[in-house]
Design a binder for this molecule. Structure first.
Ligand SMILES: [Zn+2]
Ligand SMILES: [Zn+2]
Length: 211
């Protein structure tokens, strides 16, 4: 009985860790990613900016196109764990969720018809992030709800001002300011010097109903 309890606690812990890491990488791209950076600019930041401009664009991509980079990173993590003789089930679970974080994110942009019965059921059971929850990330000022795997961590991290605190530390410590998101309509966030295309802000309902 104790083993089952311990397993459950550890499993939930690994899922939340994977959710947190996916959120951290997402935040890093949204806040400090630069589209002209070598390698990461083209690989991560440009698709990230496009996703804020056209949230449903990536739903037309297949699994491999959305997940190949995360797959490579997580295979590398597993290889390192194997080399260190630490390839436990925890690493497997973390890597499987990590490799599929963008797929889970994609499901949150699709309706029940496109997702099918099982994914929709997992979302309804709150075992995967729900579209309504994720839509809040795409609602101005677009600086919250960075985690994309579950609905569990975002209220906590946003509630304690975790991301703002990190940005404050980076601003004070390194003098680097958050990148302006030109898709946010607030004048405080608009960067008139940017050449990025401005697109109208979206609300929960418009994201959910968009096809
Ligand atoms: Zn984002
Ligand atoms: Zn999204």
């Amino acid at each position: 009985m104790f083993h089952l309890f311990q397993f459950t606690v550890e499993f939930i812990g690994v899922v939340l860790l994977a959710d947190f890491v996916s959120g951290f990488v997402h935040w890093l791209q949204d806040a400090f990613g630069r589209p002209d950076f070598p390698i990461t600019g083209k690989l991560f930041t440009q698709p990230n900016i496009l996703h804020h401009q056209q949230p449903r664009y990536f739903t037309r991509h297949g699994w491999l196109k959305s997940s190949w980079d995360l797959l490579l990173i997580n295979v590398a993590i597993m290889l390192v764990a194997f080399w260190l003789d630490r390839l436990t089930w925890h690493v497997w679970v973390f890597a499987i969720i990590g490799a599929n974080a963008n797929q889970i994110h994609k499901w949150a942009h699709r309706g029940p018809k496109a997702n099918g019965r099982w994914i929709t059921w997992l979302q309804k059971m709150r075992l995967l992030q729900t579209p309504r929850h994720h839509a809040r990330h795409h609602t101005d000022p677009k600086n919250s709800h960075y985690c994309t795997v579950t609905n569990a961590l975002n209220p906590l991290l946003d509630g304690i001002g975790f991301w703002e605190a990190l940005e404050w530390c980076i601003r004070k410590g390194l003098g680097v300011k958050r990148r302006i998101d030109t898709t946010v309509r607030s004048p405080l966030r608009r960067d008139i010097s940017s050449t990025s295309r401005l697109s109208p802000s979206r609300t929960d309902s418009t994201i959910l109903s968009e096809t």
